[in-house]
Design a protein around this ligand. Structure first.
Ligand SMILES: [Zn+2]
Length: 234
């Protein structure tokens, strides 16, 4: 079992840990601050340091549910005490990007009745697809204005761990298909952005929307009937 710190404290950059397994795929720690790739958010990169060595972590992802730290070079052997540190600038940019996407999806739902059909993000840039009939440069500009206005309100962001029954009774969460989560997931982690958005989510977010900063809608395109794409940059 790996104790994961990011789900409850996205601002933790470093932790001491013990190597509990090493294999061809990577290093397993008893505790980690690294975020495992998922929900459209890339895995963290960073460094593992120990008495006598250090190694770069190039990606973090789950293997059979366990966070795996892929490393470049010779990994520390099992039993080694390490200091695990994420690339904070990259992660913080991902947190800002991820929060921007949630606010964007909230605006498109609230003002245009359209659901999200997909999305992906890199540090500082992301795309999101919506069930919209049409899209245009003007529409993108209008959305950009609303997005920045909403971000500037500095909505507080809270991480909630809701009992499954409670999550299933919440209309906002039902809308975001919380019922599709596997039955084994209980409690359900929820990201609440002020009074504008609430959804089950595994990712890392900033503390308030003011921390996201200005966002630009840099591209709008059609990906087919009822599927329109918007690309944003921070
Ligand atoms: Zn998310």
């Amino acid at each position: 079992m790996t104790e994961e710190i990011a789900p409850s404290d996205a601002y933790a950059r470093t932790t001491t840990a013990e190597v509990i397994d090493v294999n061809a795929t990577g290093v397993v720690l008893n505790r980690t601050v690294f975020y495992s790739r998922g929900g459209g958010q890339p895995g963290d990169t960073g460094i593992l340091k120990w008495d006598g060595g250090e190694v770069r972590v190039t990606d973090t992802f789950r293997v059979a549910g366990v966070p795996m730290h892929a490393v470049e070079g010779t990994p520390p052997p099992a039993g080694t005490s390490v200091e695990a540190e994420i690339d904070w600038q990259r992660r913080h940019l991902l947190m800002r990007t991820h929060t921007a996407l949630h606010v964007l999806s909230a605006i498109i739902w609230r003002d245009f009745d359209a659901k999200v059909t997909g999305g992906n993000m890199e540090p500082g840039t992301a795309r999101m697809d919506f069930e919209l009939d049409s899209i245009s440069v003007e529409f993108g500009r209008a959305v950009e204005e609303r997005l920045n206005a909403e971000l500037a309100k500095d909505h507080a962001i809270r991480v909630l761990f809701l009992p499954r029954d409670e999550a299933f009774a919440d209309p906002d969460l039902i809308r975001t298909k919380v019922n599709l989560l596997p039955p084994s997931i209980d409690p359900i982690r929820v990201i609440e952005i002020g009074d504008i958005d609430k959804q089950a989510d595994g990712g890392t977010h900033v503390r308030s929307t003011g921390e996201v900063g200005p966002v630009h809608v840099v591209k709008t395109e059609s990906k087919g009937k009822g599927n329109k794409r918007m690309r944003i940059e921070l």
